[in-house]
Write a protein that binds this ligand. Structure first.
Ligand code: PMP
Length: 369
């Protein structure tokens, strides 16, 4: 009955109309004679390790539903992180795990007013969408000029309506980490009834010794929950598997709200196999960290300001030149991610891709300061 595209009168909840659209990283446009590279989604450019591909190929029981509790994966993670398996809740990517946290702890309240979720901005593009969808209100606190969280302003923004605070370390898209010391001080300064999420999607790429390790903090603070993923360091973005780690005060509720069967058995098996071969993962991560450092040093030698880059990406504070720069990258068969008139995020990719990116920067005269 909708073949003539007549309006059927179906309307989404008003909040859905107001949501910003998720603009996923685009694939590069092909240019003759040039290999194209996608540097727009903070993916791992390396193919999965052979044992993971084998484990996926060996799955013969996909006519059955997966274990809704991902027991084997949670047990493997418990061994790996030296924590109780009960503290782990899996999800379809860490974004799935985040959505479970938000829908458990924040939303429209019984008085019709929205709960508040505080996070730094700019940060991960999905935050405003996920917060909006549960009916809660985003309270966005501008980053400091060097791309770090303004923790003082974030603490000052807490009200009786605040239910969740999202910390992103390293911050996507700007790159800096939160230190262990400032994070602990921050947690101590907010009411214990507020859930503090530490999103550590890029944790394995961090080399700053002062960086926070959420796993060390959550045992001490029952309102803290850590997010981690197999999408970045493990290179399994296409399989959608991530998890949250928190104590029983939070997990008892998270388990109720968790999407049943969110992690397929293929994803679960692949994640376990990747953990079993973590030495190979570490080697690959180190090669990307080396490339990140080469790119950062290269940019700084060109006189570009680059915030501390601790993930698998660098941030270029290009302001109103962002779209122009992204266009020039596209002409070289590189897709990068421009965020409005703020800046451009460039993921660390293959050596040749990174070199081509540096060459582009060397020829570009409007260096970010
Ligand atoms: N958190 C941050 C900070 C991210 O950058 C991303 C991916 N871009 C995610 C979470 C979600 O990743 P995934 O759902 O693939 O685990």
């Amino acid at each position: 009955n909708s073949s003539d595209n007549a309006p059927v009168g179906v309307r989404p909840r008003p909040v859905v109309d107001r949501l910003p659209k998720y603009a996923a990283g685009k694939p590069p446009v092909a240019i003759e004679g040039l290999t194209s590279y996608k540097l727009s989604s903070n993916e791992n450019p390396l193919p999965p390790i052979p044992a993971v591909l084998q484990a996926i190929a060996d799955q013969s029981d996909i006519n059955r539903y997966p274990d809704p509790l991902s027991t084997k994966l949670r047990t493997a993670l418990a061994d790996f992180l030296e924590i109780p398996a009960d503290d782990v809740v899996t999800g379809a990517g860490s974004l799935g795990a985040l959505n479970q946290i938000l829908s458990t702890f924040a939303g429209q309240n019984h008085d019709g007013k929205a709960d508040e979720v505080i996070y730094a901005w700019r940060s991960f593009e999905a935050y405003p969408i996920s917060v909006g969808l549960v009916g809660a209100e985003s309270v966005q606190i501008p980053l400091l000029s060097d791309g770090r969280h303004d923790l003082e302003a974030m603490a000052a923004a807490v009200t009786v309506r605040t239910k969740v605070i999202l910390l992103c370390t390293p911050n996507n898209p700007t790159g800096p980490i939160l230190t262990a010391e400032e994070t602990e001080r921050f947690i101590q300064s907010v009411p214990t009834g507020v859930v503090v999420v530490i999103d550590e999607a890029y944790q394995e790429f961090v080399r700053d010794e002062n960086a926070v390790d959420g796993i060390k903090l959550y045992r001490k603070y029952p309102n803290v929950v850590v997010l981690r993923t197999f999408s970045k360091a493990h290179g399994l973005a296409g399989l959608r598997v991530g998890y949250s780690v928190s104590g029983p005060d939070l997990t008892q509720h998270l388990r109720v709200a968790a999407t049943p069967f969110a992690v397929s058995q293929i994803a679960e098996r692949a994640a376990i196999t990747s953990l079993e071969n973590f030495d190979q993962v570490v080697e690959r991560v180190q090669s990307l960290v080396d490339e990140r450092d080469r790119v950062t040093v290269g940019l700084r030698e060109l006189g570009w300001f680059v915030p501390e880059a601790q993930g698998n990406f660098v941030w270029l504070n290009l302001g109103e030149n962002s779209a122009e720069f992204a266009g020039l990258a596209a002409e070289r068969a590189l897709s990068v991610r421009a965020f409005g008139n703020e800046g451009v995020r460039v993921s660390i990719g293959e050596v040749e891709a990174n070199t081509r990116f540096l060459e582009l920067c060397a020829s570009y005269t409007k260096a970010p300061q």
